[in-house]
Design a protein around this ligand. Structure first.
Ligand code: NG6
Ligand code: CA
Length: 520
């Protein structure tokens, strides 16, 4: 659905954009497009925050966004893991269209070609100052990375004016921050080397020296020990540049707040991607051991605190009515993700996926149905929306909001759902493909899981075995898996009753549609 400029202006006028609502008079057109803050948290499930039903953990700031904004109940990230999900959010293209867009190691090449438009480059061209703060995880460079010189291409080559980030995940080496192109705080006499193949250097590893760990590992994660935690992969050098896990949330939040402060007088786009609540869960001491629901809830509090600081900064700069804030997560929740941090003992009273089955890695709804809140004070009417939307749609929708266009042939899977995002329409997209280790299609209340359809065009490795961990409120028994499964999500939100045999015509229609979307 494309709106022309006139329709957009009408929509903004209708939604109160440009109106000095607090003072009770209205101007028809905004002086400038709104600032955009996208907060993309890591591994936060549908049921993990108060406004989506969590009781045992308090998330007052995220809840405040929902109270003042629009809370979506049928919003999706692109995939049940981080890399494909983040690739899709930034490019507006389904990640499964390309081979190799799977969880990347820390030394992987950049997945986005500098010529490929992204939401950041589109907004930058439209006059926005664009910034990334947080986790990146879609690769860096175009070959073997030398961490001791300028690392490019990276975020700054695909649309970000400035970037303060780490390469992959908090549990992968190298455990250092990068500012634009360079590792922060690096001592040139102690160069960094990284390997994902074999041990490098002579520092202890989780495998050889488990006695040195302050957090035990349960699977993988037996590489170099940094800050008492063993990581995936091996590194040596860069001692002065290594982060302290417990300070990461404050470091990123300070940078994000600084970005807002510095760019207060011009339209800005902040892509803020905290590492919370991904493993290793290492809350700062002010958040540690605060919850009956354990360490996952402690890091949820830390994330909530980061969100609160962003809201406070916007408030203190009087930018709340000039800034659209979107809060979401990159994939569904996980409890034991490779470290023995006790999180698995606390899911009874705190089901992280809320009403959905599964979580991170799974094709069932817990994998990609995530919290998604849009707040734009005075412009988005507070409420709840059931519209089907995807993070893929941010590229087209936010471009429209910024008064610009997605370049021809870019972001082909991104739909303009701006009316739904602003609460002016209950209708989002008609259908959506979900990705885990296979693909599924959602259309209305129906969901077709086709286990033969795998991401990419060449066969993918099966990946690690993902138990059907019940993280949500779904019944404990595990329904049998079939090659084709059809569920009516309205009647059967837990995806327990495969009705493919009862509805062969729906199966045929949806299989055709999935094939059609794949071939575009
Ligand atoms: C997995 C890691 C997991 C996490 C995930 C990526 C193991 C056993 N598991 O391979 O801990 O790092 O990759 O998470 O090593 S994501 O949110 O970035 O997709
Ligand atoms: Ca993630």
């Amino acid at each position: 659905m494309r709106m022309d400029r006139r329709q957009l202006l009408q929509l903004l006028a209708l939604s109160g954009a440009g109106a000095a609502t607090a003072r009770g008079f209205s101007a028809p057109v905004r002086k400038r497009p709104p600032n955009i803050v996208v907060i993309l948290s890591d591994d936060v499930g549908y049921g993990d925050v108060g406004c989506y039903g969590a009781n045992d953990v308090k998330t007052p700031h995220i809840d405040e966004l929902a109270k003042d904004g629009l809370r979506f109940t049928n919003a999706h990230c692109d995939a049940a893991t981080c890399t494909p999900s983040r690739y899709a959010l930034l490019t507006g293209s389904y990640a499964w269209r390309r081979d190799g867009i799977q969880v990347l190691p820390g030394d992987a090449k950049l997945l986005i070609h500098p010529d490929q438009p992204t939401i950041a480059s589109i907004l930058k061209k439209a006059g926005y100052r664009t910034g990334l703060v947080g986790k990146w995880h879609i690769g860096l460079g175009s070959g073997t990375i030398d961490w001791n010189t300028a690392i490019e291409p990276g975020p700054c080559e695909v649309g970000f004016d400035e970037a303060f980030f780490f390469a992959a995940t908090a549990d992968r080496v190298p455990t250092v921050y990068i500012h634009d192109h360079n590792v922060v705080g690096l001592d040139p006499t102690d160069p960094i080397k990284v390997s994902y193949r074999a041990k490098i250097g002579n520092e202890p590893t989780g495998k050889e020296n488990p006695d040195l760990l302050k957090m035990k590992l349960s699977e993988g994660h037996d590489g170099t020990i940094v800050d008492g935690v063993s990581r995936i992969g091996f590194m040596t050098g860069g001692k002065s540049a290594r982060w302290t896990d417990e300070n990461m949330a404050a470091t990123f939040t300070d940078k994000a707040v600084q970005f807002i402060e510095t760019n207060r007088d011009q339209p800005f786009f902040l892509y803020f991607t905290p590492s919370d609540i991904h493993v290793p869960r290492m809350p700062n001491e002010q958040f540690a051991n605060q919850n009956t629901c354990g360490i996952r809830c402690d890091v949820l509090n830390e994330l909530d605190w980061s969100v609160g600081r962003i809201i406070d900064k916007l408030k203190s700069l009087h930018l709340e009515e000039d800034t659209i804030v979107i809060f979401s997560s990159d994939n569904g929740p996980v409890v034991n993700d490779g470290y023995d941090d006790g999180a698995d003992h606390h899911t009874d009273s705190h089901p992280p996926a809320g009403p959905w089955r599964g979580g991170k890695y799974t094709i069932t709804e817990g994998g990609t149905r995530i919290p998604f809140i849009v707040r734009w004070k005075g412009n988005v009417k507070p409420g709840v929306s059931d519209a089907l939307i995807s993070q893929l749609d941010l590229t087209a929708s936010l471009s429209e909001l910024a008064g610009t266009r997605v370049p021809q042939s870019a972001a082909g899977d991104s739909q303009n759902v701006l009316p739904a995002l602003l609460g002016r329409s209950k209708i989002g997209r008609q259908s959506l493909v979900e990705e885990a280790q296979c693909l599924a299609l959602i259309e209305g209340d129906w969901k077709l899981i086709d286990r033969a359809q795998r991401p990419g065009t060449t066969p993918q490795p099966k990946g690690r075995y993902i138990p059907d961990t019940i993280l949500g409120d779904a019944p404990r028994e595990t329904p049998p898996q079939s090659a084709i499964e059809l569920y009516n999500l309205k009647a059967d939100p837990h995806e327990m009753h495969n009705v493919a045999d009862q509805h062969p015509e729906i199966v045929t229609r949806m299989k055709r549609k999935l094939a059609d979307i794949r071939s575009r």
